[in-house]
Write a protein that binds this ligand. Sequence first.
Ligand SMILES: Cc1cc2nc3c(=O)[nH]c(=O)nc-3n(C[C@H](O)[C@H](O)[C@H](O)COP(=O)(O)OP(=O)(O)OC[C@H]3O[C@@H](n4cnc5c(N)ncnc54)[C@H](O)[C@@H]3O)c2cc1C
Length: 433
Amino acid sequence: MTNAYHVVVVGAGFGGLEAIHRLAGAPVRITVVDRRNHHLFQPLLYQAATASLAPSEIAWPIRHLFRRRAEVATLLASVESIDKSARELRLDDGSALGYDTLVLATGARHAYFGHAAWEPYAPGLKTLEDATTIRGRILLAFEQAEREEDERKRAALLTFAIVGAGPTGVELAGTIAELARSTLPADFRRIDTREARIVLIEAGPRVLPAFAEDLSAYAKRSLERLGVEVALGQAVSEVNAEGVVFGGKPLAAATVIWAAGVQSSPAALWLGAPADKAGRLKVEPDLTVPGHPEIFAIGDAAIVLREDGRPVPGIAPAAKQEGVYVADVIRARLRGAPAPAPFRYRHQGDLATIGTRRAVIDFGWIKLKGTIAWWLWGFAHIYFLIGVRNRLSVALNWLWIYARDQRGARLITWQGGEAEGTGPFPQREREPR
Ligand SMILES: Cc1cc2nc3c(=O)[nH]c(=O)nc-3n(C[C@H](O)[C@H](O)[C@H](O)COP(=O)(O)OP(=O)(O)OC[C@H]3O[C@@H](n4cnc5c(N)ncnc54)[C@H](O)[C@@H]3O)c2cc1C
């Protein structure tokens, strides 16, 4: 097997995993390289950030996923550069890894529109560490408010600002509102958690801009019914230890969460290849990097246009379809068969939840909202989770939340905050005033 054609897949996210699944049975050996040891189901990350699900319910060890595939080797390592002429990757330990075909599926991270200094005050949501950090901040804000005598400081502690009203911002705002209004009130003695302000800030004219206008309007109304203040058409101009400034006015908020802006992984820089403003590699219609038929880029790391000229969206089904396509191209090449037709994206629809009982679904040909949409959203997500145990456990958790408004994962755990000597708020040096 060591002499077999070597396919290296960087990134075991949605795109990378799908490519490897589709290559099953092909005459290749595969090395999957990821800097994390787990595949993460990002669509439910906001639930880990809001204490609804435990991190282990939405992540799986990569090594375990391929335990029955002898031809797949897993490497826990971070790729730092690529030597195209030598066909080698440089890893973080200084070692090199050669490839015959390379699939780059390294995804994206949140971006701050050139304001990197905002990140410590407004964490984004992309990894499990981000989720547990945000969960800790939300829960600690309530804890600190319970002990705070000063009314102004208490109000700031009970103010949660979410920047960006795409699906993640909407889902976070709705769930934090439910946490404050339904889950937490009985647990506190001095504060009324129902008085918490949850402010969703969006620079554009509506929430969920990718959805049809009537669904956006419904989502806004549903959020407001949950007690979320929705501020539209107001860009954020400052984020600091006091809170956030938007529409020219400051809002004192102890917890600010960033759900706007995406920046691709630096794969284009590694290759010195053309990229768009968000850093996504501009690939050919067969998803190869221009001038390098042996290198593919897929998912959030790449930009490819649909037939109508719009970019393929940065969502999980798109990454998966691209993974399948790339595996088919590799298989065809190995067989000496003609190359498959250029990649064609099939959009299956957009889904978002607003709290535990409402959702919006836009399939294009049919639009759904309300409780029916929420059940459908739930079934779809459970279907796409990996493993029976996780499906059962997530379903049970959701039914429990639905019936009792209780969220079990209300744990404050710090990722090294104490070790850095920064106390309970690892990235905030001062309390809000
Ligand atoms: C909070 C959140 C909610 C979302 N909700 C939805 C949703 O509801 N529906 C939907 O369809 N999409 C959703 N998305 C988008 C979706 O998750 C992405 O489009 C999808 O994950 C892209 O897949 P990918 O394979 O390109 O990258 P990813 O799934 O991000 O995987 C990239 C992998 O590459 C690894 N990696 C990165 N850099 C390196 C390196 N240098 N070396 C080694 N490994 C590396 C990472 O560790 C990661 O495992 C959401 C995203 C987020 C962040």
